[in-house]
Write a protein that binds this ligand. Structure first.
Ligand SMILES: [Zn+2]
Length: 741
């Protein structure tokens, strides 16, 4: 189609497009050059491609804990399946226990400095004054025929050099013998595993994780995963089946990834009967081991051992807990396609809240996450009590939070329940939707916290939970220490990663769901992502692409701003002008007179601070014939004037102070006490990223205009969101309260 240039001019003038005063930043340009391009492995729509491949590793492990020395020893056989199109002449394995080894360049603690009055524990973190022989002793590595394989250790990773290359499509079986001293959790910072010693009864709880040498990921985007374990960035692992035999003192109870295979030789008849009962108990947990029975176990302290056998399918890791202190409860949870045993293990120090809340929290997480993504596919979901922090593994998590003398504050209890929900939730992200945690912490923590917060909101509405308002203090923080969400895990500060990798992505997804895409369409797209990538390795681009592809929404502006920058949202309602069309047929001279009266009001009519001057008067002229171009039909001028009679015209100017482009929600408060919400999409910023002017026609008279009245968009400064300007915070809060009703 061709248009005459001269005809275009009046159209542009009518749209009132102003040149922006600051440089164009391309905030709506595609992010194609910021994410990996699509290929045969990963499609442009964000799904695994027709040639997507993934390696696989199956494990058979026999391990034992020596309670006297706290040494864990094991022998394992790995069957590695090379599904890649490449021949491999070497393999890389993860040796995370070496992170604590002397001589590891990253051995020291992140804190680094010395200060007056620091306590001995803090000093110990810095100096490792306690001489502890951390890290693996690798006893042997040999192939299926018993030939020794050469290996080289690079800190937390080990390269196994193959005698003959492993061809594409072929499998290899090799075995290793190893041992390491289990660390005391209280003496190592950021410790996710280790033992906890209880001096009161001279007993120990073992929380055993990243304990056996495991295959590193080899994939189409990284080749061999080559980020060392530096404590913050967690794991990147392959899926496989596990047969694990764990030998522990006879009176220990073991909780582990997978299904127990030999209950008749490790559990009593009574315990087995109680377990059968629990399988049919859908409304409350059944105690498998009571407090009294745990107390008896603690006293006896058998020196004999027992071997527990577990089998797990299609998991990316295996963890377990072992102690004679455990009280154990279990109940069944019915999901549409699976019935799961939810189970909790805790010492008496966890009573009474652990008996009341832990298994219930597992159930709540299983139900809400399954609905939001896909049904929990595994047979068991376990929560084990620890002293502090929470840490997730397939089917089992170690969760901090204990009462003191049986008492727990509401806040601590909320924290504990939230931790259990969160860690059980990690079964979806990253245990099944298996992103690379060592590279992108936000991909599992952010997505998991998003559904975790939704679980809290739906199942514990009296608790506090994350909303866009929660991220405001972080977003308005010092830009010199802020990093984009798209920062790799170990490059984030310890003081910032909680907000940047957990809360900010959560709020981003909440905004997409609640205010940008809409719940129904967003939920479907999120589910699509989870289902496309379950048991696979997604990258950030796969998430971004799927959310756009499954919603027909161009979200590049959102991903660009929220994930790739440290800009924040701060919209300023810089002006609202009130007009009325002067509908009488006055001559030009009279109209000018009327206008001039307004200009002489107490406020400058150019920049009025409120509506007290009344409307400005504008005249609307009849359309001259030449403005219709070639069209012969004409407006009904009288009808037009009648329609506008008594209407209020509001011209609203909004400035983008923070930098992030976002939709704008306007709240109109009318003089009759009613309110109205109007939503403008982010697209309003496409032509001018810094300032937009919009005109609205209202029947009623407006007393006040507010932006983002329900705090949907994490606007960091609410004091510039109103016209007339809100005088004080208390006044502001008052009308917030009012507008909520
Ligand atoms: Zn987490």
């Amino acid at each position: 189609m061709r248009l005459h240039y001269l005809l275009l001019l009046p159209v542009c003038a009518f749209l009132n497009v102003q040149a922006q005063t600051q440089p164009w930043q391309g905030k709506f340009e595609p992010i194609d050059n910021m994410i990996a391009p699509p290929n045969a492995y990963r499609t442009a729509s964000g799904a695994p491609g027709r040639e997507y491949w993934q390696q696989r590793a199956d494990y058979k492990i026999k391990a034992s804990i020596d309670e006297k020395t706290n040494v864990l020893s094991g022998e394992e056989t790995i069957t590695y399946h090379n599904n890649s199109p490449d021949d491999l002449s070497y393999l890389w394995l993860q040796l995370e226990q070496n992170v604590n080894k002397k001589g590891n360049p990253d051995f020291g603690d992140a804190r680094g400095g010395v200060s007056d009055g620091m306590n001995s524990r803090q000093m110990q973190f810095l100096t490792r004054a306690i001489d502890f022989p951390a890290g693996y002793s690798i006893k042997y590595i040999k192939d299926a025929s018993g030939n020794m394989l050469k290996a080289l250790v690079n800190n937390t990773m080990m390269k196994v050099i193959l005698n003959t290359p492993l061809k594409s499509g072929e499998s290899l079986t090799f075995s290793l013998g190893w041992s390491y001293p289990i660390t005391d959790r209280s003496m190592f910072s950021l410790s996710r595993e280790g033992y906890e010693y209880f001096p009161t009864d001279d007993n120990t709880i073992y929380l055993i994780a990243h304990w056996f040498p495991r295959m590193a990921v080899y994939n189409d985007t990284e080749g061999w995963q080559n980020q060392q374990f530096r404590r913050l960035g967690e794991f990147a692992l392959e899926f496989g089946d596990y047969d694990v035999e764990i030998t522990v003192p006879e009176d220990h109870i073991v909780a582990a990834t997978g299904e127990l295979q030999n209950s008749e030789s490790v559990l009593t008849k009574t315990q087995r009967q109680r377990l059968d009962q629990a399988k049919k108990s859908f409304d409350k947990p059944v105690l498998i081991i009571t407090q009294e029975e745990a107390a008896a176990n603690k006293r006896n302290k058998s020196s004999k051992t027992k071997t527990w056998k577990f089998h797990a399918e299609n998991v990316r890791d295996f963890a377990f807990a072992s102690s004679r202190k455990f009280i154990w409860d279990a109940q069944a949870v019915k999901l549409p396609t699976n019935t799961v045993m939810a189970m909790s293990y805790f010492p008496e120090e966890g009573l009474p809240v652990w008996a009341e809340e832990s298994t219930k929290a597992i159930k709540n997480a299983l139900e809400v996450y399954s609905e939001a993504t896909f049904d929990y596919p595994y047979p068991v979901a376990i929560s084990v009590n620890t002293s502090n922090i929470g840490m997730e593994f397939p089917m089992i998590s170690f969760n901090g939070g204990r009462p003191k003398d049986g008492e727990m504050s509401d806040r601590a209890k909320q924290g504990m329940i939230g931790t259990i929900v969160h860690e059980v939730g990690h079964n979806w992200f990253p245990m099944i939707v298996s992103s690379d945690e060592r590279k992108w912490m936000w991909m599992d923590e952010g997505l998991n916290t998003f559904i975790h917060q939704r679980t809290v909101e739906e199942r514990y509405p009296e608790f506090s939970y994350t909303t866009p308002k929660s991220i405001v203090p972080f977003m308005s923080g010092d830009k010199n220490i802020l990093r984009p969400i798209m920062t790799t895990s170990d490059n984030e500060l310890l003081t910032q990663f909680g907000n940047n990798f957990y809360q900010k992505p959560t709020v981003g997804l909440q905004m997409l769901r609640e205010s940008i895409i809409g719940k129904e369409l967003f939920d479907q797209a999120f589910k699509e992502y989870a289902n496309r990538w379950k048991y696979k390795h997604p990258n950030p681009g796969d998430l971004f692409r799927t959310l756009e592809d499954a919603t027909a929404t161009d979200l590049d502006w959102f991903f660009r701003g929220w994930f790739f920058t440290v800009d924040h949202v701060d919209m300023e309602l810089s002006n609202v002008k009130w007009y009325k069309v002067f509908e009488e047929n006055l001559n030009i001279e009279d109209q000018q007179k009327k206008t001039s009266v307004k200009i002489e009001g107490k406020n400058s009519a150019e920049n009025p601070q409120d509506f007290s001057n009344g409307p400005e008067v504008i005249t609307m002229t009849d359309t001259p014939d030449n403005a219709y171009g070639g069209f012969l039909s004409r407006l009904d001028e009288t009808e037009m004037r009648k329609q506008l009679h008594n209407k209020n015209i509001y011209e609203v100017t909004i400035k983008n102070v923070g930098g992030l482009v976002m939709p704008v929600t306007i709240e109109w408060m009318y003089t009759d006490g009613t309110t109205e919400i109007e939503k403008l999409p982010a697209d309003i910023w496409r032509l001018n990223e810094y300032e937009v002017t919009k005109t609205f026609l209202k029947d009623k008279e407006v007393s006040k205009v507010n932006l983002d009245p329900n705090f949907e968009f994490a606007d960091t400064d609410a004091t510039n969101n109103s016209f007339p300007k809100t005088e004080s915070q208390s006044d502001f809060d008052r009308f917030k309260e009012k507008s909520k009703k």
